[in-house]
Ligand binder design. Sequence first.
Ligand code: AMP
Ligand code: MG
Length: 424
Amino acid sequence: MLNKLSVEEAVKTILGHINVLEAEEVPLLDSLGRAAADEIRVEINVPPWDTSAVDGYALKAADTHSANPQNPLILRVVETVRAGTLAKHGITSGTATRIMTGAPLPEGADSVVKFEDTDWEYRSRANSENASREIGIERETERGENVRRAGENVPRGSQIIYKGQPVGPAEINLVASQGHTRINVIRRPVVAIVATGEELTMPENTLTRPRIFNGNSYSIAAQVVRCRGIPEILGIARDNKTSLRAKIRRGLSADMILTSGGVSKGDYDLVKNIMAELGEIVFWQVKMTPGGPFAFALLHQTGPDGVVREVPHLALTGNPTAGMVNFELLARPAILKMAGRTTWSPKTVEAIMEDRVNNKPGNIRYVWVKLDKRSDGYYARATDALIKGSLPSVAIADGLAVIPEETAQVNPGEKLTVLLLDWK
Ligand code: AMP
Ligand code: MG
């Protein structure tokens, strides 16, 4: 068993034991935020044919030579085409087609002149007999002007989705634009959550002295959902081996087990004992504050076929907010990797600290901060200086400021990196 890893070593070690799950085909919208399992190449040009990029008149550019407002070129309008319909007539020299944005260009037309560059407004106001039969073009145009060429938005053959790419609204549009309603993505990891402690009661029960409600299972489940995993709240294990063993074993059918509490140095912190019994502990303790007493193990599960599968078990610190820091730094990357993502680092900003913060050198310290964007950049306040109580101070936080291992103290005015949370 390794001991006291740096955060970086801990993440690397955990990820080294995490495998990407299988793919599944899902309805397009269910793929939102999940990792694509296959690359997708464009088979159909978008748009599939030349279309007008504006509302105006499709014509031959060569006709418009030296046209201007004083000397408009008068063309005969053969018809009107709107998006979704095909022109019945082609264009020959001296004629134009009134055309709407997105409508396919008529045969023979090579450019479109916008309404604003014609005398259409004057004609429609004049309400003359032949207002719609003729049009005056008031400027020269070039071939291809205001024409969206076939494949201009997305050309055939181009790769629109790569393996591991998180699917967002634009990717969903691209896939739908190819006529697909389903897509292969990596399955969502099922994460079993076990709270540990003699003092805990589920929130649906009545509270008796000296118990407290189990809040951690819910915050952890919420964090799992934020990573698009599927949380499975397995309830509370008591601080004895029989109860812990039974609960943790139930989690073996999941893709990952997260426990909360029972992983420090107390007499009744028995999670590590069960880890060693059901598998092997890879490491214990991370050089981080809060959240130092964290353990990572691989539990063994024998399948019906006799094949032994390793189930990663991440034991989070029991302290509610410290456990959340453990999750963000150590569990989140593991869940995202399992879910097929190829990047898992949170977005960061540089911010000027406005409070003094101390650190135990040798440890990275994470401080919940609220950000304020001013003209000269981001400023960060430690939220425990703004509000009473540890959970309320997490509730108002925008992110975690990172105090590097070698830094003993951060003074107001000094710059720090802030990991942004995507919780809300
Ligand atoms: P432990 O790591 O088990 O010693 O727990 C550390 C602290 O976190 C103790 O004060 C516990 O009461 C508290 N705690 C542990 N688990 C939970 C939980 N599921 N919900 C709320 N508080 C908890
Ligand atoms: Mg405990």
